[in-house]
Design a protein around this ligand. Structure first.
Ligand SMILES: CC(C)(COP(=O)(O)OP(=O)(O)OC[C@H]1O[C@@H](n2cnc3c(N)ncnc32)[C@H](O)[C@@H]1OP(=O)(O)O)[C@@H](O)C(=O)NCCC(=O)NCCS
Length: 161
C-alpha cells in the first residue's frame, strides 16, 4: 500500500543559536563552514521528519552568503521539504540573523539540499510524496522542479562521477 502524501508543515523545522567566538573566522564573522554545518543539520531534521527514517545528504546547491553574521547574533534557520522526486527529496532552508544590537532579523542566505532516505540495510528507500498546501508551499514545490531539471542537466553535461 502506498504511503499517503505528507503535508509540508509536518517537516517544518526551526533552529536558533547564538554566535560565539568559536564560530568565527579570522575576520570576526561567522565561518562559512560552520554555517553550512548548521544548515545541513537543520535540513536533515526536516528530511527525517518527512521520511520517518534515517537520511543522508546527497547534495547541497551553491551557497551564497549575502551578509556577514557578527559575534553575539542570533541565527535562525528554517527548513521544510519542498518536493519529493523518486528516491530523493529537496529541502529548502532560509537563514536569518538578529544582530546583538539590532531590532530586526536580516536575511543571510537560502540553501537547497537533496536527501535520500536509507533502510536498515543502508539502501535507498521509497519516500512518501509531499503535499504542498499553502501558496508558498506550492511556489516552492514548482521551483524545486526547476532546480531539479537544472541539476540533472548540469550532471548530464558534466558527466556523473
Ligand atoms: C546518496 C547515495 C546513496 C546515492 O547513491 P546513487 O547510487 O547515486 O543512487 P541513485 O543513482 O539511485 O540516486 C539516488 C537519488 O539521489 C539523486 N541524486 C544523485 N546524485 C545527485 C546529485 N548530484 N544531486 C541531486 N540528487 C542526486 C538521484 O537523482 C536519486 O533521486 P531520484 O530517485 O529522486 O531521482 C550515495 O551517493 C551515497 O551514499 N553518498 C554519500 C552520502 C553521504 O554520506 N552524505 C553525507 C555527507 S558525506
Amino acid at each position: 500500500m502506498e504511503t499517503p502524501a505528507r503535508p509540508v508543515f509536518l517537516s517544518r523545522t526551526e533552529s536558533s543559536e547564538i554566535i560565539l567566538q568559536s564560530d568565527l573566522n579570522h575576520l570576526g564573522h561567522l565561518f562559512g563552514g560552520r554555517l553550512a554545518s548548521i544548515i545541513d543539520k537543520t535540513a536533515a531534521i526536516s528530511a527525517i521528519k518527512h521520511a520517518h527514517s534515517a537520511v543522508v545528504t546527497v547534495s547541497i546547491d551553491s551557497l551564497i552568503f549575502r551578509r556577514p553574521v557578527r559575534l553575539g547574533s542570533i541565527l535562525t534557520v528554517k527548513a521544510s521539504v519542498n518536493r519529493v522526486f523518486n528516491k530523493s527529496m529537496e529541502v529548502g532552508v532560509s537563514v536569518y540573523s538578529l544582530p546583538p544590537d539590532g531590532p530586526e532579523a536580516e536575511y543571510v542566505c537560502n540553501a537547497y539540499l537533496t536527501f535520500v532516505a536509507l533502510d536498515a540495510q543502508g539502501k535507498t528507500r521509497e519516500l512518501p510524496t509531499v503535499l504542498p498546501e499553502t501558496m508558498e508551499d506550492k511556489r516552492r514545490f514548482a521551483q524545486a522542479g526547476i532546480r531539479r531539471e537544472n541539476r540533472l542537466a548540469l550532471q548530464a553535461q558534466l558527466g556523473k562521477k
